[in-house]
Design a protein around this ligand. Structure first.
Ligand SMILES: [Mg+2]
Length: 258
């Protein structure tokens, strides 16, 4: 495979941008609304426990439930291993349903954005060197696309603050409402080849790897994002996926296949 992508598609949260601070704050506010309406500030150390557990969360409704689990005495190891059982059990025990919890999370975030967009945007950090590497790729003729489940307008504003202005059409956010492998299929059909995709969620890469017509798309797991050692190990063992470190990413695409 050529050492340079014609098109480089990147996930946003967990690849380009670290949104953990915003994520915890939103989760905490939603948790308080649902479980402890009289509380305001989170207890010391809670955020620090939440951050490394972030990879277990796949959907918004799980955010306050993860905090509920920590407040209910679940251990970190138990959560990492058994979250897919713990989350629905805890939700049912609390007599809540997913849609209600998800709506609470969305409501918290929407109100925050409406009340103080600048404050909300400022809770996001860029991983060191990533935007610079993207700018270099763009300069050397690679077409960049963002493929994310965050809303495109926020991605555009965040990138612009970091000094990278991408055309609206190259930011495919939550609003496109389709699985990432479908987006890759569209990019493969009409963008410069080869197509490479960097993502931090193993499952999204596995789904892409299962598409017969996407076998020539190079798939990279960003080990600096929201994934755990087991995910990284699986990517490393796979003959279809490639594990990428931030250091290797920064060195340029000729190094990415190891
Ligand atoms: Mg991600």
């Amino acid at each position: 495979m050529a050492p340079t992508p014609g098109t480089l598609a990147l996930d946003f949260d967990g690849v380009i941008c670290d949104g953990l601070i915003e994520y915890f704050q939103t989760a905490w506010r939603a948790y308080c609304q649902l479980f402890e309406p009289d509380r305001t500030a989170p207890p010391a150390g809670l955020a620090e426990r939440f951050y490394p557990l972030r990879p277990v969360v796949e959907s918004g409704w799980e955010m306050p439930i993860l905090i509920f689990a920590l407040r209910s005495g679940y251990g970190d190891g138990d959560i990492l291993r058994n979250w897919s059982q713990i989350a629905p059990e805890l939700t049912a025990d609390a007599e809540l349903d997913r849609a209600q919890v998800a709506a609470t999370v969305d409501g918290v975030r929407d109100r925050w954005i409406k009340a103080d967009l600048d404050d909300w945007l400022s809770q996001h950090r860029f991983y060191p060197g990533v935007v610079e590497r993207m700018a270099q790729a763009q300069e050397s003729g690679t077409t960049l696309y963002i493929v994310s489940t965050k809303e495109g307008r926020f991605i555009r504003q965040l990138l612009s603050r970091a000094g990278l202005d991408l055309p609206r059409a190259q930011i495919l956010g939550k609003e496109v409402k389709r699985p990432k492998y479908e987006t890759l299929r569209l990019l493969k059909a009409d963008q410069p080849q080869p197509l490479w995709f960097i993502e931090d969620r193993l499952q999204a890469l596995v789904e892409a790897s299962e598409q017969a017509d996407l076998q020539d798309v190079a798939l990279f797991l960003a080990d600096w994002g929201y994934n755990v050692a087991d995910d990284q190990h699986r990517a490393e063992k796979s003959d279809r996926l490639h594990l990428l470190t931030l250091d290797t990413f920064s060195k340029g695409s000729s190094e990415w296949f190891g």
